[in-house]
Design a protein around this ligand. Structure first.
Ligand code: NCD
Length: 368
């Protein structure tokens, strides 16, 4: 992980972009999240961050990111202060950088959500404590994508051709084969990413993170005007990811990189990642209305997908109408509650890492 700005207080780390994370960081964070899951299940929490204080400052709405960071800090034995956007001095015209400097005087880390791209990077440049980007406008949302990668790992036991667990530990989706000659697993994982890919910061981070793993292919489903930004496409292609585009979630045949298959996006998906059309990012109501309700996953559509144990449906939430509530009870629906639940464990791992500068908790006896 790239170090943050060197200050008079020394170097420290921030979580601003997934581009700062190495594959080894990602794996270590997933391992740490797994340890925290066991700690919470067995003991409710621990005191690894006792007396530490987290500041949360969200100037855009949030339920899951805010609450899961808050709960994560409490379960680590720490405390949280929240800067209320409506009652802080920002209302009087105080700048973001002055607010960050103020929080530096009282706290050990800051979680920031802000409407402007690069705002969290600017905040980190004046901060002597770690800054975590919880969404910078249409930019990135790295902690959510770590939650998502961890969820895929929990659900399948592997990501692409990366198997951290032995075959008997992880659930096997049946596609992997062990290549005795090369002493490795060969596996492809198809991730179908659906919705507002232009403005959706969660998927900007997610696909760049997933592209670090081998054996991943993406099918991007969006209207032409809401396509994944070019710089992200270029980046993931450079990393070797296979990509296909379509505007339809129905029965249009989608071939990934000239691969001669005859399947539509849904029936080849291992993961369907639905996203909300980001109404607040549109210039006007008419533009939004043109794309509103374009992709709605329902029972009839999901019938095209693979069976339980072979595929999952994810969503960073909140949903508006992209996934019909009828699907909530479907075992393939990971968004309620498994993905959401993993959010707290991964955020415990992130806070532990940034505040103590240790990736894997050393107090393993807490697990027993
Ligand atoms: C998302 C966000 O805020 O970017 N939610 C989240 O943090 N889990 C998704 C969205 O708002 O559509």
């Amino acid at each position: 992980m790239k170090l943050g700005t060197k200050t008079q207080y020394g170097s420290y780390k921030n979580l601003i972009s997934v581009l700062d994370l190495t594959l080894s960081d990602i794996i270590s964070l997933c391992n740490a999240a797994d340890i925290f899951k066991k700690i919470v299940k067995n003991k409710g929490g621990c005191d690894m961050l006792r007396y530490r204080i987290l500041a949360t400052y969200f100037s855009e709405p949030s339920t899951r990111s805010l609450c899961s960071f808050h709960a994560a800090m409490l379960r680590l034995g720490g405390n949280v202060i929240n800067v209320d956007n409506n009652h802080s001095s920002i209302k009087k015209g105080e700048s973001l950088t002055d607010t960050i400097r103020t929080l530096n005087s009282y706290c050990d880390a800051i979680v920031l959500r802000h409407p402007h791209v690069h705002s969290t990077e600017n905040a980190a440049s004046v901060s002597c404590i770690p800054v975590i980007n919880a969404g910078d406008g249409t930019g990135e949302h790295p902690s959510q994508s770590l939650v998502d990668v961890y969820t895929i790992l929990c659900e399948f036991g592997h990501i692409g051709d990366y198997f951290p667990f032995t075959k008997s530990n992880g659930k096997n989706n049946g596609k992997s084969t062990y290549d005795q000659n090369n002493n490795q697993y060969e596996c492809n994982m198809t991730i179908v990413v659906v919705g507002d890919l232009k403005h959706g910061r969660t998927v900007h981070s997610l696909v760049q993170l997933l592209a670090q793993f081998n054996g991943i292919q993406f099918i991007f489903v969006s209207p032409i005007n809401l396509r994944m930004p070019d710089h992200i496409i270029e980046y993931i292609k450079e990393l070797g990811a296979k990509i296909a585009f379509t505007t339809k979630l129905t029965n249009e045949i989608v071939s990934v990189d000239q691969n001669n298959n005859q399947n539509d996006a849904l029936s080849q998906a291992d993961v369907v990642y639905m996203t909300r059309i980001q109404k607040e990012r549109f210039e006007n109501e008419t533009e939004y209305n043109n794309v509103k309700g374009l992709y709605i996953l329902n029972k009839e559509l999901l019938a095209r997908a693979k069976p339980e144990g072979s595929m999952i449906v994810m969503h960073p939430l909140p949903r508006v109408d992209e996934i019909h509530v009828d699907l909530d009870d479907d075992p393939r629906s990971a968004y309620i509650f498994r993905q959401m639940n993993n959010g707290m464990y991964m955020r415990m791992a992130i806070l532990h890492w940034l505040v103590l500068d240790k990736l894997i908790p050393d107090q393993i006896d807490y697990i027993k």
